[in-house]
Design a protein around this ligand. Structure first.
Ligand code: DC
Length: 227
Protein backbone atom coordinates (compact mmCIF):
# COMPACT_ATOMS: atom_id res chain seq x y z
CA UNK A 1 0.00 0.00 0.00
CA UNK A 2 1.34 3.44 -0.80
CA UNK A 3 2.26 5.66 2.18
CA UNK A 4 -0.52 7.75 3.72
CA UNK A 5 -0.14 11.31 2.40
CA UNK A 6 -1.23 14.40 4.31
CA UNK A 7 -0.96 17.78 2.51
CA UNK A 8 -0.73 20.95 4.59
CA UNK A 9 -0.75 24.14 2.52
CA UNK A 10 -1.17 27.79 3.39
CA UNK A 11 0.54 31.18 3.50
CA UNK A 12 3.70 32.04 5.45
CA UNK A 13 3.21 32.22 9.21
CA UNK A 14 -0.11 30.34 9.34
CA UNK A 15 1.51 27.78 11.63
CA UNK A 16 2.15 25.08 9.01
CA UNK A 17 5.65 24.16 10.23
CA UNK A 18 4.75 23.87 13.90
CA UNK A 19 1.57 21.95 13.16
CA UNK A 20 3.12 19.66 10.53
CA UNK A 21 6.12 18.75 12.66
CA UNK A 22 4.00 17.95 15.71
CA UNK A 23 1.50 15.93 13.68
CA UNK A 24 4.25 13.92 12.03
CA UNK A 25 5.82 13.12 15.39
CA UNK A 26 2.56 12.20 17.09
CA UNK A 27 1.36 10.04 14.22
CA UNK A 28 4.68 8.35 13.39
CA UNK A 29 4.77 9.91 9.90
CA UNK A 30 7.69 11.50 8.05
CA UNK A 31 7.79 15.27 7.74
CA UNK A 32 8.63 16.87 4.38
CA UNK A 33 9.28 20.61 4.54
CA UNK A 34 8.99 21.56 0.86
CA UNK A 35 9.68 25.26 1.53
CA UNK A 36 13.13 24.22 2.74
CA UNK A 37 13.80 22.81 -0.75
CA UNK A 38 12.98 26.14 -2.43
CA UNK A 39 15.05 27.94 0.20
CA UNK A 40 18.05 25.67 -0.38
CA UNK A 41 17.86 26.19 -4.15
CA UNK A 42 17.78 29.96 -3.52
CA UNK A 43 20.81 29.72 -1.22
CA UNK A 44 22.78 27.64 -3.68
CA UNK A 45 21.96 30.06 -6.52
CA UNK A 46 22.97 33.00 -4.34
CA UNK A 47 26.31 31.40 -3.51
CA UNK A 48 27.00 30.76 -7.18
CA UNK A 49 26.08 34.33 -8.14
CA UNK A 50 23.04 33.20 -10.15
CA UNK A 51 20.13 35.65 -10.33
CA UNK A 52 16.67 34.51 -9.20
CA UNK A 53 15.30 35.02 -12.73
CA UNK A 54 18.16 33.33 -14.63
CA UNK A 55 16.35 30.17 -15.75
CA UNK A 56 19.37 28.61 -17.46
CA UNK A 57 21.50 29.24 -14.37
CA UNK A 58 18.78 27.87 -12.08
CA UNK A 59 18.49 24.73 -14.23
CA UNK A 60 22.23 24.27 -13.74
CA UNK A 61 21.87 24.71 -9.96
CA UNK A 62 19.10 22.09 -9.89
CA UNK A 63 21.13 19.61 -11.90
CA UNK A 64 24.04 19.76 -9.47
CA UNK A 65 22.23 20.14 -6.16
CA UNK A 66 22.06 17.52 -3.41
CA UNK A 67 19.54 18.30 -0.67
CA UNK A 68 18.88 16.01 2.27
CA UNK A 69 16.99 16.12 5.55
CA UNK A 70 17.90 14.61 8.88
CA UNK A 71 15.68 14.57 11.95
CA UNK A 72 17.80 15.11 15.07
CA UNK A 73 15.63 14.97 18.18
CA UNK A 74 13.20 17.87 18.02
CA UNK A 75 14.85 19.40 15.00
CA UNK A 76 14.81 18.82 11.30
CA UNK A 77 18.14 19.73 9.78
CA UNK A 78 18.59 20.54 6.09
CA UNK A 79 21.81 19.76 4.21
CA UNK A 80 23.14 21.20 0.97
CA UNK A 81 25.82 18.94 -0.47
CA UNK A 82 26.43 17.59 3.02
CA UNK A 83 26.66 21.01 4.71
CA UNK A 84 24.10 21.90 7.39
CA UNK A 85 22.35 25.03 6.06
CA UNK A 86 19.31 24.92 8.38
CA UNK A 87 19.90 28.40 9.84
CA UNK A 88 21.23 30.04 6.72
CA UNK A 89 18.12 29.25 4.66
CA UNK A 90 15.86 31.02 7.20
CA UNK A 91 17.24 34.57 6.93
CA UNK A 92 14.84 37.28 5.64
CA UNK A 93 17.05 37.70 2.59
CA UNK A 94 16.87 34.02 1.58
CA UNK A 95 13.11 34.01 2.33
CA UNK A 96 12.56 36.61 -0.38
CA UNK A 97 14.97 34.87 -2.76
CA UNK A 98 13.13 31.56 -2.16
CA UNK A 99 9.83 33.20 -3.03
CA UNK A 100 11.41 34.60 -6.23
CA UNK A 101 12.92 31.28 -7.41
CA UNK A 102 9.69 29.47 -6.52
CA UNK A 103 7.91 31.50 -9.22
CA UNK A 104 10.20 30.02 -11.93
CA UNK A 105 8.64 27.01 -13.70
CA UNK A 106 12.08 25.45 -14.14
CA UNK A 107 12.52 25.35 -10.35
CA UNK A 108 9.02 24.02 -9.64
CA UNK A 109 9.42 21.28 -12.23
CA UNK A 110 12.91 20.48 -10.97
CA UNK A 111 11.72 19.96 -7.38
CA UNK A 112 8.54 18.03 -8.16
CA UNK A 113 10.12 14.58 -8.41
CA UNK A 114 12.17 15.08 -5.26
CA UNK A 115 9.12 16.14 -3.22
CA UNK A 116 7.18 13.08 -4.36
CA UNK A 117 10.10 10.75 -3.76
CA UNK A 118 10.73 12.04 -0.23
CA UNK A 119 7.09 11.33 0.64
CA UNK A 120 6.77 7.99 -1.14
CA UNK A 121 9.94 6.70 0.57
CA UNK A 122 8.29 7.13 3.96
CA UNK A 123 7.68 3.80 5.71
CA UNK A 124 4.15 4.63 6.96
CA UNK A 125 3.22 7.98 5.53
CA UNK A 126 4.22 11.61 5.27
CA UNK A 127 3.03 15.06 6.21
CA UNK A 128 4.06 17.48 3.45
CA UNK A 129 4.02 21.15 4.17
CA UNK A 130 3.99 23.75 1.36
CA UNK A 131 1.89 25.87 -0.96
CA UNK A 132 0.83 23.51 -3.75
CA UNK A 133 0.96 20.07 -2.17
CA UNK A 134 -2.79 19.45 -2.44
CA UNK A 135 -3.11 21.04 -5.89
CA UNK A 136 0.05 19.93 -7.74
CA UNK A 137 2.47 17.68 -5.84
CA UNK A 138 -0.13 15.23 -4.45
CA UNK A 139 -3.57 16.02 -5.90
CA UNK A 140 -4.50 12.49 -4.78
CA UNK A 141 -3.34 13.02 -1.15
CA UNK A 142 -5.34 11.08 1.44
CA UNK A 143 -6.07 14.28 3.35
CA UNK A 144 -5.59 17.96 2.54
CA UNK A 145 -5.61 20.91 4.90
CA UNK A 146 -5.30 24.61 4.13
CA UNK A 147 -4.10 26.55 7.16
CA UNK A 148 -4.91 30.24 7.37
CA UNK A 149 -4.63 33.11 9.86
CA UNK A 150 -5.04 36.84 9.49
CA UNK A 151 -1.94 38.78 8.32
CA UNK A 152 -1.24 40.45 11.67
CA UNK A 153 -1.30 37.18 13.57
CA UNK A 154 0.97 35.55 10.99
CA UNK A 155 3.48 38.41 11.04
CA UNK A 156 3.61 38.37 14.83
CA UNK A 157 4.28 34.62 14.89
CA UNK A 158 7.07 34.96 12.35
CA UNK A 159 8.50 37.95 14.25
CA UNK A 160 8.56 36.00 17.54
CA UNK A 161 10.26 33.09 15.79
CA UNK A 162 12.96 35.34 14.27
CA UNK A 163 13.38 37.20 17.57
CA UNK A 164 14.03 33.93 19.40
CA UNK A 165 16.74 33.20 16.87
CA UNK A 166 18.41 36.53 17.61
CA UNK A 167 17.20 38.45 14.56
CA UNK A 168 16.86 42.20 14.90
CA UNK A 169 14.13 42.60 12.27
CA UNK A 170 11.24 44.79 13.43
CA UNK A 171 7.62 43.64 13.39
CA UNK A 172 6.93 46.23 10.67
CA UNK A 173 9.72 44.83 8.47
CA UNK A 174 8.48 41.27 8.97
CA UNK A 175 4.94 42.35 8.03
CA UNK A 176 6.16 44.20 4.93
CA UNK A 177 8.17 41.16 3.74
CA UNK A 178 5.18 38.91 4.41
CA UNK A 179 2.81 41.11 2.40
CA UNK A 180 5.21 41.03 -0.54
CA UNK A 181 5.71 37.26 -0.31
CA UNK A 182 1.96 36.59 0.01
CA UNK A 183 1.26 38.70 -3.05
CA UNK A 184 4.02 37.05 -5.11
CA UNK A 185 3.12 33.51 -4.00
CA UNK A 186 -0.59 33.99 -4.75
CA UNK A 187 -0.18 35.81 -8.07
CA UNK A 188 2.50 33.75 -9.81
CA UNK A 189 1.47 31.97 -12.98
CA UNK A 190 2.60 28.47 -11.99
CA UNK A 191 1.13 26.68 -8.98
CA UNK A 192 -0.08 29.81 -7.16
CA UNK A 193 -1.01 29.55 -3.51
CA UNK A 194 -4.66 28.52 -3.37
CA UNK A 195 -6.65 25.94 -1.46
CA UNK A 196 -7.46 22.68 -3.26
CA UNK A 197 -11.21 22.26 -3.78
CA UNK A 198 -11.22 19.29 -1.44
CA UNK A 199 -9.00 20.82 1.27
CA UNK A 200 -10.26 21.26 4.82
CA UNK A 201 -9.75 24.94 5.65
CA UNK A 202 -8.60 25.75 9.16
CA UNK A 203 -8.25 29.30 10.50
CA UNK A 204 -5.79 29.55 13.39
CA UNK A 205 -6.12 33.32 14.02
CA UNK A 206 -7.91 32.96 17.29
CA UNK A 207 -6.97 29.52 18.53
CA UNK A 208 -3.67 28.17 19.81
CA UNK A 209 -1.75 25.91 17.45
CA UNK A 210 -2.03 23.08 20.01
CA UNK A 211 -5.77 23.11 19.38
CA UNK A 212 -5.24 23.03 15.62
CA UNK A 213 -2.92 20.03 16.04
CA UNK A 214 -5.52 18.17 18.10
CA UNK A 215 -8.25 18.86 15.55
CA UNK A 216 -6.11 17.69 12.62
CA UNK A 217 -4.77 14.70 14.54
CA UNK A 218 -8.29 13.41 15.19
CA UNK A 219 -9.21 13.74 11.52
CA UNK A 220 -6.01 12.06 10.32
CA UNK A 221 -6.25 9.17 12.80
CA UNK A 222 -9.82 8.49 11.69
CA UNK A 223 -8.84 8.54 8.01
CA UNK A 224 -5.81 6.29 8.59
CA UNK A 225 -7.93 3.80 10.51
CA UNK A 226 -10.57 3.62 7.80
CA UNK A 227 -8.19 3.26 4.88
O1 DC B 1 7.22 27.68 3.64
P1 DC B 1 8.46 28.56 3.42
O2 DC B 1 8.26 29.95 3.94
O3 DC B 1 9.69 27.92 3.98
O4 DC B 1 8.63 28.64 1.83
C1 DC B 1 9.63 29.42 1.22
C2 DC B 1 9.14 29.91 -0.14
O5 DC B 1 9.01 28.82 -1.04
C3 DC B 1 7.78 30.61 -0.10
O6 DC B 1 7.91 31.99 -0.43
C4 DC B 1 6.95 29.97 -1.15
C5 DC B 1 7.78 28.88 -1.75
N1 DC B 1 7.13 27.58 -1.71
C6 DC B 1 6.39 27.21 -2.80
O7 DC B 1 6.25 28.00 -3.73
N2 DC B 1 5.83 25.97 -2.86
C7 DC B 1 5.96 25.12 -1.85
N3 DC B 1 5.40 23.90 -1.92
C8 DC B 1 6.69 25.49 -0.70
C9 DC B 1 7.26 26.74 -0.66
Amino acid sequence: MRPFIVAIDGPAGAGKSTVSKLLARRLGLSFVDTGALYRTVALSARRQGIATDDDAGLAEVLRGIRISFRATGEENRVYLDGEDVSSEIRTPDISLAASAVSARPVVRAGLLGLQRRLALEAPVGAVLEGRDIGTVVFPEADLKFFLEANPDVRARRRYEELFQKGSESSLEAVLADQIKRDRDDASRAVAPLKPADDAVRVDSSSKPLSEVVQQLERTIRAAMASR
